[in-house]
Design a protein around this ligand. Sequence first.
Ligand code: ZN
Ligand code: ZN
Length: 296
Amino acid sequence: MKLTTAPSAVEPARDFPELLPHGRPTVRLHPRRGTPGPHDSHIGGPLLWPAAEAWPECAEHRDINGRAYTLPLVAVAQLTAADFPELRFPEGTDLVQLLWCPEWHEQPHPAGWGQACRLHWRRAGTVADPLTEQPDPEEHWDHGPDMIPRACVLHPERITDYPSDEELPPALAGRFRAWLAERDLPDDLTTVPGHKLGGFMNWCTTDRPDALECGTCRAPLELFLQFDTAEWWPGSWGPDGEPHRFRPLEDREREPADGTDDPSREPVGMTVGRGGHGGLFVCAADPRHPASFFTQ
Ligand SMILES: [Zn+2]
Ligand SMILES: [Zn+2]
């Protein structure tokens, strides 16, 4: 299935060329509920996991008597180099897997989301004997399912993302805001919403941390994977009452015009942060260093 983002109300090359050098590629994942297999790229599906390797656990839980106990981490995403050649796979790897503990433990920076968020970089061909029975999150997490994803297949689409004001030179950000205001245009260009790889995250709730750097080596952190409560917003958008730019064009023909019942809007079924979005950031020098997760 092909899913396509509508053009922005702003066309930087024509309207605001100063923005062009700040653009960065992003991959909209367009997750949709489905039944991905263990060799597929997906969100919330089965991982290609060696049967001989222990399933990772979170040890940061205590019962009412203060005794520590562990819970299996939840399989969150798996991405292959074949589907996502733009990812910087460490040498000898072609598969990356994300697992996390769906409970909030501590503020993420700089050590990652507690020790409970793990990226595993593997070579798929070396998993000769995959684990067939994987922990079922429903069995272990009887409460707080906000951060347990539903199984989704992915329909990647490559577009260009632009940073929010915080990450632009202040004078340029000011000129861009004024330009939009003069024309009564919405900003449907910067910080692409929804599930995506790379690009820029919108720090609309907290400010962007001053030092967004790796807790291990102090190299800059970069957005690896964004999670979002919704892929786009229903209703009209902009002066002409257009649908939200990020509602795929193909869906507009299939589903109600205002998008209210469109199952493509919240396919992953997570409530990220307080109904916003979150970004998993990895070290620009070595993506095997512990990742950090920030919600907005
Ligand atoms: Zn935990
Ligand atoms: Zn690092």
